[in-house]
Design a binder for this molecule. Structure first.
Ligand code: UDP
Length: 319
């Protein structure tokens, strides 16, 4: 049966938002991509322009959010999401997770739509429990340099739960772990675009601290498949969606070199320069995805080497 849903993606011109718009359009139905282009870019959705069912709405959701006609799903992916971006825009980041999310929730309440919140592994802060299960409350410094993002998303989760309990809004909350792939902004400061950009420019990799901190990287196609599975489910509390394959940043640098070698790129023997470890940077991160496996039947499929190869190949063509 053809899908006839009308979905509104807040932050639809961002990295993840744009991949989500694409996947929702492929499902059939209508997609309204709303963005203020603070960290998103028109370019990210330029290829969707003119596709049946797609429309772009330039708007600041922290001010107001209204749409004529029916809406079936409001997906809130609107926020700066890299440490450099949210350090540059701390107030906008706090407002995206507070006023922006509330405007999204109010729209969902008015239209009788599902509200889907993109939350983050950052709600766990610098975790003292490892791997991170959804039941873990986290270890967040409320006034540190990352707090504008971490606390905004924690508040956004609390607000979403409150609209579910008090107003009966049908909600989903995904906690996204480090996701990478085509269309990340090379200058956004995150480790994947940083190393990809450095490799393509023939520069050294900048490793923060001793490089033994860990992350678990999920290829964007897997992440979006998990998001769609959660959207289609009726699970009403936060769910981790990420790749549990955990590696150190030094191992990640080696993986980028391997992918570069496989593609015959010149920067394959990039060296490493060490830089100071950022304040409150989590020392370890790995999702426990028992729930996603059991409830959604989802797990990531793209191994890191393959994902990095695809990402490098894309940037080589587009950067
Ligand atoms: N990192 C690094 N070099 C860079 C950028 C990041 O070593 O040029 C480290 C950073 O300190 C962190 C990890 O890589 O420990 C992941 O950082 P990212 O900003 O990608 O994401 P997040 O910290 O939000 O997980």
């Amino acid at each position: 049966m053809a899908n006839t849903k009308r979905s509104v993606v807040l932050g639809g011109a961002g990295f993840l938002g744009s991949h989500l718009c694409e996947a929702l359009l492929a499902r059939g139905g209508e997609v309204v991509c709303a963005d203020n282009f603070l960290t998103g870019a028109r370019q990210n959705v330029a290829h969707l322009d003119g596709r049946p069912g797609f429309s772009l709405l330039e708007t600041d959701i922290t001010e107001r959010l209204d749409l004529d006609g029916p809406v079936d799903e409001v997906l809130d992916f609107a926020s700066p999401a890299s440490p450099i971006d949210y350090a540059r825009h701390p107030i906008e980041t706090l407002r995206a997770g507070s006023a922006g999310t509330e405007n999204g929730l109010k729209l969902a309440a008015r239209k009788g739509a599902v509200f889907f919140l993109a939350s983050t592994s950052e709600v766990y802060g610098d975790p003292t429990e490892h791997p991170q299960r959804e039941e873990y409350f986290g270890n967040v410094n409320p006034i540190g340099p990352r707090s504008c993002y971490d606390e905004a998303k924690r508040y956004a989760e609390a607000l979403t739960m409150a609209y579910s309990r008090a107003r009966g809004v049908d909600i989903r909350i995904v906690r996204i772990f480090n996701t990478y792939g085509p269309r990340m902004r090379l200058s956004d400061g995150r480790v994947v675009p940083a190393f990809v950009g450095q490799m393509l420019r023939g520069e050294d990799f900048t490793v923060f601290g001793d490089g033994r901190q860990t992350r678990s990287f999920c290829y964007v196609e897997d992440e979006v498949a998990g998001i769609l599975a959660l959207l289609a489910s009726d699970w009403k509390t936060p769910m981790n969606v990420g790749n549990p394959a955990e590696i150190t940043i030094l191992e990640f640098a080696e993986a980028v070199r391997r992918a570069a070698r496989a593609l015959g790129l010149p920067g394959a023997d990039a060296k490493i320069v060490f830089r100071p470890f950022p304040e409150n940077d989590p020392k370890q991160r790995r999702p426990d995805i028992t729930k996603a496996r059991r409830i959604l039947g989802w797990e990531p499929k793209v191994p890191l080497d393959e994902g990095i190869r695809r990402t490098l190949a894309w940037f080589k063509e587009h950067a």
